[in-house]
Design a protein around this ligand. Structure first.
Ligand code: DX5
Ligand code: ZN
Length: 216
């Protein structure tokens, strides 16, 4: 059994207080911070990019779990790793060169993740398992924080878990979108071991209580 890891999404933070918030996370023994990069093309929203990530790198030892929701991510892998990303996840729907990009991420020294949107078939990851350290299953349509988890995506997590287990590779399964105290148990039971939570952690005024409410 893999241990469960919380990866709070920075998207929900009060951006004027990022430094303090990262310290609060570290005090609560959080190990990951999920960084949602959106380009306004692959998803209909723009968030932040390498300069913000770089500016946080010397403020915290948290593992930078970077989720690229950008078209043709092959253009930017090196720069996100230089900025300090430890894990880079790309979308299977975002590039023609999935295998090459995953290999590039690893060859630059980061862990490689592959993500599927809610309507993408879980089986589509099968050709890429040997190049993946993590599969990120979207539990909402990517693009915005604060949405409701789509219940059918739990079946995608279950299927990915089966696929990952039978592959023999050591692959983490991350679930992302709409996760809160009402559904986190279902998400974990479905097979995810890394839990992204934006609104239900950094969107709350008492972050310590919010982390506890999720069972971490
Ligand atoms: C959605 C992002 C998520 C999102 C999570 O496109 O990938 O990481 O910020 O936020 P909540 O937990 O509020 O759904
Ligand atoms: Zn995300």
């Amino acid at each position: 059994m893999k241990k469960n890891i919380l990866s709070p999404s920075l998207l929900a933070v009060d951006f004027s207080k990022i430094g303090d918030t990262l310290q609060t996370l570290e005090r609560n023994n959080v190990e990951y911070i999920h960084l949602d990069v959106m380009d306004g093309i692959f998803v209909p929203n723009i968030s932040f990019g390498q300069p913000l990530i770089k500016s946080l790198r010397n403020k915290t030892n948290l593992i930078f779990d970077t989720h690229l929701m950008i078209k043709d991510p092959e253009r930017y892998i090196e720069s996100f790793i230089k900025a300090g990303s430890d894990i880079i996840t790309i979308h299977i729907e975002s590039t023609f060169f999935v295998k090459d990009v995953l290999q590039k991420i690893r060859s630059c020294g980061a862990k490689a993740g592959l993500s599927i949107k809610p309507n993408t078939k879980p089986e589509s990851v099968v050709p890429y398992l040997e190049y993946c350290d993590m599969i990120l299953v979207m539990t909402v349509e990517p693009g915005f924080g604060g949405q409701k988890l789509i219940p059918e995506t739990l079946d995608n997590i279950k299927k990915i878990k089966e696929i990952a287990d039978s592959s023999g590779y050591n692959i983490d399964i991350e679930a992302d979108g709409g996760i809160d105290s009402s559904n986190i148990e279902l998400v974990k039971e479905s097979g995810a071991n890394i839990i992204v939570a934006g609104s239900s952690v950094l969107g709350k005024s008492d972050i310590t209580a919010a982390i506890k409410a999720l069972g971490f």
